[in-house]
Write a protein that binds this ligand. Sequence first.
Ligand SMILES: O=P(O)(O)OC[C@H]1O[C@H](OP(=O)(O)OP(=O)(O)O)[C@H](O)[C@@H]1O
Ligand SMILES: Nc1nc2[nH]cnc2c(=O)[nH]1
Length: 175
Amino acid sequence: MKHTLEEMISQEEINAKLDALAAQINKDYADVDNLLLVGLLKGSVVFMSDLARRLDFDVRMDFMTASSYGGGTESSGEVKIVMDLANNIHGRHVMLVEDIIDTGRTLSKVRDMLMTRHPESLKIVTFLDKPSRRVADVPVDYIGMQIPDEFVVGYGLDYAERYRQLPYIAKVIPA
Ligand SMILES: O=P(O)(O)OC[C@H]1O[C@H](OP(=O)(O)OP(=O)(O)O)[C@H](O)[C@@H]1O
Ligand SMILES: Nc1nc2[nH]cnc2c(=O)[nH]1
């Protein structure tokens, strides 16, 4: 589809939100040892690396892949776990890291699955949240920014695998 991009969230705004999120997490986890950050590939990679470097305690990292978007802008509704974690999370403090929560289906499914493994704690952080699109209820502990119902790219988010590397977040405008 022919389209153009329009900047929605600048690099400076992203950095300010990251600082605020990290400050809150540093405070809340001051007494917690051994946090495991679990990134949902691929979108969360950029956010997770920026967030982790703002944390003032040691973290471990792991990744999983859950897929529901067929390469365009509409979710298929069905969430598949394509790649599972390398770590056993039983008894661990876990933080699920997402780039965006839209319908909530991905995180809801992943969260339910991880809870059956009995982590010591499980929290969720997302950089972007589109609350108006929510279908599945999922408790989100930390949110960088809420955005309206627009399809966005950049800062890890793709449109048919493009634009993940953009340092800012942009709206996709059909031409
Ligand atoms: O709340 P939902 O409606 O479930 O949508 C959010 C999910 O969609 C995107 O992932 P996608 O499946 O596009 O994979 P990607 O991370 O590789 O881009 C995004 O990274 C979230 O994981
Ligand atoms: N790239 C991208 N992926 C999404 N998955 C759910 N919502 C979005 C969005 O706005 N942009």
